[in-house]
Design a protein around this ligand. Structure first.
Ligand code: PEP
Length: 249
């Protein structure tokens, strides 16, 4: 399976800006065959982006930033997994901003995962600790929250998720986790999942990824990809991150 780089655009960009950035990201995918490149625009821009290209490159995908925990109904402003079917390959769940501003807890996240899997969409489960662990407190307490997110899911369902390790103290702060910290944390989680559920999962890293640290992160053998926020909004930076990460593959 290819490693991946995902750009999370969050609530940014007008339609013309989104179209231009999507075109640039598609070009980056055409240059980096060894990588899967994906973008998570605002929901309203998914369809225009998809419609603007006759055929997306095979290593390029669209991602939803969020999904409802319900299948359909009177939930104003929400978007159902079945409405995303055919439009996106992946959907983020449990992003720290959704947990913070929309109060999405473990129960909600596990329902969202089920909705997505029912529609054949791969969930990207974001998780991570609030504060940086020290040498004495490592590994950070990440598996406690993960246990809630995964409650009620079968090992075959967990296996289909991609995990995104995003320490909160590193998101949007310009203070990324060091490659050594990331390597140890993801190995810890991979081992925990494998011992508890008997499955192997893929884990990507997010938190202040830039063109300055993508290459070093790429050298972590156990790392399956990157989730990039702020730096994915500028095509020069996003392309550089992709090619740096790609050149290590
Ligand atoms: C994110 O919000 O998923 C993220 C990784 O943001 P940033 O790269 O800006 O830290």
């Amino acid at each position: 399976m290819k490693r991946m780089v995902i750009g999370n655009w969050k609530m940014n960009l007008t339609l013309p800006e989104a179209m231009a950035l999507a075109q640039g990201s598609i070009k980056a995918a055409e240059k980096c065959h060894g990588l899967e490149i994906a973008i998570a625009p605002s929901h309203v821009w998914l369809m225009p982006i998809k419609d603007s290209v006759r055929m997306l490159p095979p290593n390029f995908s669209l991602v939803s930033q969020a999904v409802s925990q319900w299948p359909e109904g009177a939930y104003t402003g929400d978007i159902a997994a079945k409405q995303l079917k055919g439009l996106v390959t992946y959907s983020l769940v449990g992003h720290s901003e959704r947990r913070q501003y929309h109060h999405e807890n473990g129960k909600v996240v596990s329902e969202q995962i089920k909705q997505l899997l029912n529609q054949g969409i791969t969930p990207i489960l974001c998780f991570g600790e609030m504060g940086q662990a020290t040498q004495h407190t490592f590994p950070p307490q990440i598996t406690i929250d993960l246990r809630h997110d995964l409650e009620g899911l079968k090992p075959e369902e967990i296996k289909q998720c991609i995990f995104a390790y995003e320490p909160l103290w590193a998101i949007g702060t310009g203070n990324p986790a060091s490659p050594d910290y990331v390597a140890k944390a993801i190995v810890h989680v991979k081992n925990w999942v494998s011992e508890k559920y008997g499955v192997h999962v893929r884990i990507i890293y997010g938190g202040s990824v830039t063109e300055d640290n993508a290459g070093a992160l790429g050298s972590i053998r156990e790392l399956d990809g990157l989730l990039v926020g702020g730096a994915s909004l500028q095509i020069k930076r996003f392309s550089q991150i992709c090619s740096d990460f790609c050149s290590i593959v």
